[in-house]
Design a protein around this ligand. Structure first.
Ligand code: SF4
Length: 320
């Protein structure tokens, strides 16, 4: 049984102009010890999917359909109290982007982590502090720095501290939302290396949210390519990069430089992501797709398994 099984998830936001269908029928699974990447342009529903899993949506957001099964338990049906006691921190935790702002500047870093432990577990302050020291070691921080304040840490150290905090209650699933954003390239690479090591060492299941496909190539086993709140393509990472079938996936890959491939011009995807208040009918990608046909404007393509659990939602595949 997968650790996480997201089935036909629909999360909408109520706005004065009407409902925004931010996530509209998204399905994917995460197995124990496996990392799954959620990729796509800004506004495609990646972060909303993560917030739905943790039930921490903004007040105007609501899961209106589908299931989120965590170890077989449907998170959608759980109360706020059950989420606090059973899921958040102990079951699923998240590392948000922007390490600069996620720590409280007026409290010591170690205390912020031990506070999180004490809120969720009945252990003594001494035991929590000891765990903080071990967590610091796990993420490559000097435990002697636990009494420091956030402003005494570099950006990379703060990101490591946030990862330590997310691991504080031994979650089975860690969600990382753009973990390298706002860090310089070298520090971001170190943080990603750390995440890979932690996944292996702790047998963690992970969801890596990013618009950067190279991060997914380096850290994940599977990849969900999202477009306009829907899954365009979902497969193991090798299939996604070697045999992308969806024109949007092909466009994303062509827009990224490869150091191994022969030198070619990078091609961007023309146009911009859809307005989810009024998305294009049928295939949401059709206004930008170089292969759009009549049927693409009339019928929504459903995801089809083209073999080895490689799902593609595109009429080109149906016609093959
Ligand atoms: Fe392009 Fe049509 Fe496939 Fe959509 S369904 S990606 S418009 S070919």
């Amino acid at each position: 049984m997968p650790i996480l099984d997201v089935k036909e998830l629909r999360t909408y936001f109520t706005t004065l102009r009407g409902p925004v269908k931010a996530v509209d029928g998204v399905s994917f699974q995460v197995e124990k010890g496996e990392a799954v990447g959620l990729a796509g342009e800004s506004g495609c529903g990646k972060t909303t999917t993560a917030l739905s899993i943790l039930k921490i949506l903004p007040s105007n957001g609501r899961v209106i359909g589908g299931k989120i099964l965590f170890k077989g338990m449907d998170i959608v049906k759980l109360s706020e109290d059950e989420m606090r006691k059973k899921i958040r921190w102990k079951g699923v935790s998240i590392v948000f982007q922007g390490a600069m702002n996620a720590l409280n500047p007026v409290f010591r870093v170690g205390d912020q982590i031990s506070e999180a432990i004490l809120t969720h577990e009945k252990i003594s302050k001494e035991e929590a502090d000891e765990r903080v020291r071990k967590l610091f070691e796990t993420v490559g921080l000097d435990p002697e720095r636990a009494p420091n304040y956030p402003h005494e840490f570099s950006g990379g150290m703060r990101q490591r501290a946030l990862i330590a905090m997310a691991l504080a209650c031994n979650p089975a699933l860690l969600i990382a939302d753009e973990p390298g954003t706002a860090l310089d390239v070298i520090v971001a690479a170190q943080v990603l290396k750390l995440m890979r090591e932690l996944k292996k060492k702790l047998d963690l299941a992970m969801i890596m949210i990013t618009h950067d496909l190279s991060i997914i190539a380096e850290t994940c086993e599977k990849c969900v390519i999202m477009y306009g709140g829907k899954v365009a393509e979902y497969a193991d990472v090798v299939s996604i990069f070697k045999d992308p079938e969806h024109p949007y996936t092909q466009g994303l890959i062509n827009a990224f430089p490869s150091i191994k491939a022969p030198r070619t011009e990078l091609t961007s995807i023309p146009g911009s992501p859809p307005d989810l208040l009024d998305p294009p009918p049928a295939c949401r990608f059709h206004p930008r797709c170089p292969y759009a046909m009549e049927i693409c404007r009339k019928e929504e393509p459903m995801p089809i398994d083209i073999g080895k659990q490689h799902y593609v939602a595109c009429h080109l595949v149906t016609k093959k």
